[in-house]
Design a protein around this ligand. Structure first.
Ligand code: ADP
Length: 483
């Protein structure tokens, strides 16, 4: 896997792509904001100009007198303020009579050209003021406000006042220019900052990659230290560590399994070899040879039984053992298995007791159910001293059934109880009967119970006996895998 810091192309790096996406978004946002600001600026200016011209129009009524078509500006020439107002009113100004005959026109208005008689007629007819943006031949823009003006002689005249837009346009232009000139600088600063921040934020990811590269099957005990930030990356590190822990456990189990299997195979092979060697060197008669071969054969049979059990267990664990679930009378099946234990129990001088109802139907795999019972009963017979009792009960309870195997045997010390379902586990004991077991029986039992979606519970008291309770649903799935 490529490490983020070294082998990944820059453009493929998450930090680059995050930064690029964010930057594109930022540029679009800034451009949109710029356009919106410009629009607001223009409309605010327009409103201000209109309000100003409306004020001027009001002032026009105060300062302009018209008598028989002659305009007279009435103001105090000694008052500079009034003089200034009138001078401003007359800067862009047109006054005509109702027929369009020009009565007064300022030089600036002359550049725009007087309004046509049709426009004047329209303006006089309309009650609302007429607003127009016009351009001189030199390209200067003006906004005009025109409308009817009633003179002191009671006649209707046409007046138009205006204002140059050059200053306002310059403000808008300056804003646009400055804004869009600053934009690349902002984008550059933002891009660099974003690059730095994303790189810093993603650095733990790089550490994670490096750490995972360092973990191999020989050092699965390595863990990535959490940063303590409690963020998504810490969650990722935690998940990763837990995954490595599971892997480590599986590897450990595999190693243990290989060691256990080799150990289990080595002992009988050594025994067989020893027996055959001794026979070869010391047997004098044909009978002695035959005995040695028989003993070796017995050992190889045990060996092949072990290999078969191992094979079944690994098939079960890898999900290859298909169960054939069918409705069975568990009491009948239990009785059949129990019958097989009559002779061994007698030999071990044990009482075999059955507590079975007349019938108990449940969906189980007949063969595996037999194995389950055989293993539990075999253990009870094996670990119960002469004079003791082994009891098998089947107790239906609604849609489940309890199968109880209990004995008055030596019991299992509490510290060993959690391990008895592990493969090859044998609770340590001074009792020589332990030599007979291989520590596979209960692993098998557990797998069979799981495959039937049931559960198994053990209670044991040292010196008093053990009680294994298997609870199975009465209607298990029609077919299921041991996995
Ligand atoms: P084994 O072939 O050794 O019996 P099992 O997997 O069947 O292997 O059992 C694991 C261990 O659990 C046994 O070695 C034994 O110590 C203990 N055990 C199982 N059943 C009983 C029992 N009924 N009484 C006492 N100990 C038991």
């Amino acid at each position: 896997m490529p490490s983020l810091g070294t082998r990944t192309k820059v453009t493929r790096r998450l930090s680059f792509r995050l930064d690029a996406a964010y930057l594109i978004f930022f540029i679009l946002l800034l451009a949109l904001l710029g356009v919106a600001f410009r629009h607001v600026l223009v409309s605010v200016q327009e409103t201000q100009i209109r309000e100003l011209l409306e004020d001027h129009w009001g002032a026009l009524n105060g300062y302009l007198r018209l008598r028989r078509g002659v305009p007279v500006w009435k103001y105090d020439p000694n008052n500079p303020e009034e003089e200034f107002i009138v001078e401003r009113l007359r800067r862009v100004f047109l006054l005509t009579d109702a027929e369009g005959k020009v009565l007064e026109m300022s030089p600036n208005y002359r550049l725009l050209g007087p309004d046509s008689p049709a426009e004047i007629r329209m303006a006089l007819l309309s009650r609302a003021p007429v607003w127009r943006v016009r351009q001189t031949s030199r390209g200067e823009s003006y906004i005009t406000r025109s409308g009817a003006f009633i003179g002191h002689d009671g006649r209707q005249y046409f007046a138009s006042i205006g204002r140059a837009l050059a200053v306002h346009k310059a403000i808008v232009w300056n804003f646009t220019w400055v804004y869009f000139a600053i934009l690349p600088v902002l984008v550059l600063i933002h891009g660099l900052l974003g690059w730095y921040v994303t790189k810093r934020a993603l650095r733990p990811l790089n550490d994670l990659v490096l750490a995972s590269e360092a973990i191999t099957s020989s050092n699965l005990n390595l863990r990535i230290p959490p940063r303590g930030a409690g963020d998504e990356l810490d969650m990722l590190i935690d998940t990763f560590n837990r995954m490595i822990e599971r892997l480590e456990n599986s590897f450990q189990q595999m190693r243990q399994f290989t060691t256990d299997v080799s150990h289990e195979l080595r002992t009988p092979i050594t025994v067989v070899r020893g027996q055959l060697e001794v026979a070869l060197m010391t047997a004098k008669t044909e009978e002695q040879l035959r005995d040695a071969i028989l003993a070796a054969l017995e050992e190889t049979e045990r060996l092949s039984a072990f290999v078969k059990a191992m094979l079944q267990l690994s098939q079960a664990e890898s999900g290859q053992l298909l169960l054939r679930i069918e409705q069975q009378d568990l009491c009948l099946a239990a009785q059949e298995i129990l019958d097989q234990f009559k002779i061994p129990a007698e030999e071990a001088r044990l009482r075999l007791v059955a507590e079975l109802p007349a019938q108990c139907m449940a969906g189980v795999d007949r063969l595996q159910f037999g194995r389950l019972l055989s293993n539990l009963l075999a253990n009870s017979v094996k670990y119960t001293p002469p004079g003791g009792e082994v009891r098998l009960s089947v107790k239906p309870d609604g849609n489940r059934v309890d199968i109880v195997v209990e004995d008055t045997g030596r019991g299992i010390p509490p510290e060993y109880l959690p391990h008895i379902f592990e493969r090859f586990y044998r609770a340590p004991s001074t009792d020589s009967s332990d030599m007979r077991g291989r520590g596979l029986g209960l692993s098998f039992v557990e797998w069979i119970v799981k495959a039937h979606h049931g559960k198994i519970d053990v209670r044991s008291s040292v010196g008093h006996g053990s009680r294994f309770v298997v609870t199975l649903p009465r209607s298990a799935a029609r077919s299921s895998r041991l996995s």
